[in-house]
Design a protein around this ligand. Structure first.
Ligand code: EPZ
Length: 440
């Protein structure tokens, strides 16, 4: 726990004002990994100042990449010409801190013939296995060995194009295949891949580098391997999860927040639900204004899913807003089996959220009859009251902040260092929105 790890929040005021979101955490970190594949310097713009970027920058440096990051301008320059094997100790320091290291597999195998991936971290929201990733690397021809602190991979010869069908459209596994197939010999076909906008932005980066990637309507990616790639210059797409988090904050606190940098195209599905609940929004050339028009909000049913569905990462702040809607709202989480842990604290604050093991929705789901509480029924409206809370994970943690902002009285929210992983300057933004809080 850091020194400034607790926020004491005086809630009950609407959050109002203007804030800005920069590049998407879940794209920027991957584009940084892609820089490893280039023969020359890559330049990424619109990079947010978050801990996940620091972690990937450190890992790149540990592998001999010169990384020059200007956090104010949001520009990262990466020169991979000195790439080499890292000391295990420099990699292991990052064990448990992020999911991104797994994506180093392909680029490192291409560049130096070996890779060591520390045990992964990321939010504790389900088992989060890496079986698809390791199976893919084996199909490309890599040797994969489990070691006590991580996984070691070797490429006895140039990796070969392959065919794979994902049992579930995993974001990370799709990215793994793309980052590896681009320099593999021959054609790779990935069936059942994920198509999140962050992945398509990664495809854009790889295409700039010289890769040949096509995507068919049935989620099949076809990648024609090339012999070498160059560096790229790219402006990261905006963070649609952060944008939706602030939209949820506007709704839950009865506020009015303009999110500069937010892009409608990436938020189409979210905006439909925001409107159905009774929120209002205006799209401008510079961003999106989200506000609560006054009067009651309406209960709704929503199921999370892969793109173009309702993102699992939009769910948590939205649930806080649903505690203020009249009637019963139903949420069926189909991406992660344990993503409702954060609702416990909300219930302590006066919310009425009941979890169910059954699938409360029609979407095909891997978790029905497997004993996971992956559906929730929210009964509202319930006024929220202050509480002392410890944040469980990144998105759940942000939703706790919102709940404390909405609740009358003084709450204490501990463990907020976790939120720095993915929300750039969130304390400054809260201040700009008129929130009453102190960072202890
Ligand atoms: C990415 O995680 C994001 N993280 C997550 O954001 C996001 O929630 C998720 O995609 C879905 O959109 C990053 O981009 C760093 P997945 P990822 O592989 O790639 C199962 C946040 O808060 N699976 O699409 O790790 C897995 O268990 C984070 O920003 C396997 O079974 O997610 C899950 O149920 C949280 N085997 C499902 O697939 C595998 O080998 C989707 O996971 C891989 C995944």
């Amino acid at each position: 726990m850091g020194v400034h790890d607790v926020l004491e929040i005086e809630g009950g005021r609407p959050l109002k004002g203007e804030i800005k979101v920069r590049g998407a955490k879940n794209f920027v970190s991957k584009a940084m990994v892609a820089a490893l594949l280039g023969g020359g310097e890559s330049v990424l713009r619109n990079v947010p100042q978050i801990r996940d970027v620091e972690i990937v920058a450190d890992l790149l440096r540990a592998h001999g990449v010169a990384v020059d990051w200007d956090p104010v301008e949001g520009i990262v320059k990466m020169d991979p010409s000195g790439v080499g094997a890292a000391k295990s100790a420099d990699i292991i320091t990052h064990a448990g801190s992020s999911r991104v290291p797994i994506l180093f597999c392909g680029p490192l195998l291409h560049r130096i013939g070996e890779a060591f991936i520390p045990d992964l971290g990321g939010c504790n929201i389900g088992g989060r296995p890496i079986d698809y990733h390791l199976e893919a690397m084996r199909l490309f021809g890599a040797e994969v060995h489990k070691e006590p602190d991580g996984v070691r991979l070797r490429a006895p010869r140039r990796l070969q194009g392959m065919q794979m069908e994902l049992a579930y459209p995993s974001v990370g596994a799709t990215e793994q295949l793309l980052l590896t197939a681009v320099l593999a010999e021959g054609v790779t076909e990935l069936r059942g891949g994920a198509t999140e906008p962050e992945i398509l932005d990664l495809v854009a980066v790889l295409q700039q580098m010289g890769a040949i990637i096509s995507l068919e309507t049935d989620r099949t990616y076809r990648i024609e391997g090339v012999d070498s790639l160059r560096g790229y210059h790219h402006m990261a797409l905006p963070d649609r999860i952060e944008a939706a988090s602030w939209a949820g904050a506007a709704l839950a606190t009865g506020g009015d927040i303009t999110v500069l940098g937010a892009r409608q195209l990436d938020l189409t599905t979210y905006l439909n639900y925001f409107r159905k609940v009774g929120g209002r929004f205006d799209v401008t050339d510079h961003g999106i204004r989200f506000w609560h028009p006054g009067g009651p909000l309406k209960a709704i049913a929503v199921e999370t899913g892969v793109h173009p569905g309702f993102m699992t990462d939009w769910q948590q702040p939205f649930v806080v807003a649903l505690t203020q809607a009249t009637g019963l709202s139903i949420i069926h989480e189909t991406v992660y089996e344990q993503r409702f842990g954060f609702t416990k604290a909300l219930n302590r604050m006066g919310a009425q959220i009941q979890l169910y093991r059954e699938c409360l929705g029609g979407q095909k789901c891997r978790f029905g009859r497997r004993n996971y509480e992956h559906s929730a029924v929210v009964s509202g409206p319930t006024p929220l009251h202050a509480a002392d809370i410890r944040v469980p994970d990144l998105r759940g943690g942000f939703s706790h902040l919102i709940a404390a902002m909405a609740a009358k009285g003084k709450s204490s929210v501990a463990g907020i260092d976790l939120i720095d992983r993915g929300y750039e300057h969130f304390a400054e933004k809260l201040e700009a929105l008129g929130a009453g809080f102190k960072r202890l």
